[in-house]
Design a protein around this ligand. Structure first.
Ligand SMILES: Nc1ncnc2c1ncn2[C@@H]1O[C@H](COP(=O)(O)OP(=O)(O)OP(=O)(O)O)[C@@H](O)[C@H]1O
Length: 264
């Protein structure tokens, strides 16, 4: 593959609970590509993504972002990646502008650049009028747009998004889609997980499907339809995944020592 910006080789994650969430995953993403990462609940998508941005420590394998290995040059990787993940808590007692300023300072951006970038991002995600309100007062759609602005603050070259439109109404979803298309047109590599097949089809140039910690298929939508003799992406998804159904609860119990007691 020419110019991979994300290169993942033989990646594994076993949580201390014993759950083997990722079991030998290898893939690459090209510079400027809009890449979709699909899979059923518990497939290991978030775990993989969290390892790619160093929020979760890998058990083994190699992760290279823009030529830098995550173990050897974590700071170079941090500079290049922006992410909006599930369950990343917002500070409820700060305004959007304050949080963007803090993020810029953490990345050692000069004050002038911080101010310019904040103005640009607030316009992009259409939050200019509410920038000085506490983010705790935001609706779900405003919050997702703010998450996106925060992820973009330090001008990353790769953007990781974990289910960015879950829980949004169709207007808010369209708004996020158009922002993402715009960013991708400007050259940003986007790595996205979603449970919406229409979203994957509408946005992603290439799609990788994961099931039970492994990659089960990958390709462009037309390639996937042909490879799996399917008419829709949903058919491809249903025919390639589901091997782990029923194991989710067992894994949850393994990772939550109280679950067993609650049940008994
Ligand atoms: N912190 C953790 N400790 C222990 N097990 C975990 C932890 N996080 C996730 N798991 C388990 O790892 C497996 C993969 O979970 P992960 O969240 O990566 O899947 P996913 O594909 O992102 O699912 P979803 O689509 O529901 O978000 C699941 O069995 C899950 O219960």
């Amino acid at each position: 593959m020419s110019d991979p910006i994300i290169d993942v080789r033989d990646l594994y994650k076993e949580y201390p609970s014993g759950t083997k969430a990722v079991n030998g995953v290898t893939f690459s993403v090209k510079k400027g590509e809009f890449f979709g990462f699909l899979g059923p609940n518990g497939a290991g998508k978030s775990t993989t993504m969290n390892m790619l941005v160093n929020l979760v420590k890998k058990t083994r394998g190699t992760i290279t972002i823009d030529g830098f290995q995550i173990d050897e040059n974590p700071d170079e990787v941090y500079k290049r990646v922006g992410f909006a993940m599930q369950e990343v808590g917002l500070d409820e007692t700060a305004t959007a502008r304050e949080m963007l300023q803090l993020h810029g300072r953490l990345y050692h951006m000069p004050k002038r650049e911080i101010d310019e970038q904040i103005a640009r991002l607030l316009k992009l995600v259409e939050l200019e009028k509410v920038a000085d309100r506490y983010t705790s007062t935001y609706s779900g759609g405003m919050r997702r747009r703010f998450d996106l602005a925060l992820a973009l603050m330090h001008k990353p070259s790769v953007l990781f998004l974990d289910e960015p439109t879950t829980g949004l109404d169709p207007h808010a979803r369209q708004l996020i889609w158009s922002h993402l298309r715009e960013l991708n047109r400007e050259g940003m590599t986007i790595f996205l997980t979603t449970h919406f097949m229409d979203e994957a089809e509408a946005l992603c140039e290439r799609i990788c499907i994961m099931d039970a910690g492994k990659i089960v298929t990958e390709g462009t939508v037309p390639e996937l339809l042909e490879k799996h003799s399917a008419k829709t992406l949903e058919q491809v998804f249903l025919s390639t995944t589901g091997s782990n159904l029923g194991n989710e609860e067992a894994n949850l119990n393994a990772s939550d020592p109280y679950a067993r007691n609650r049940k008994s």
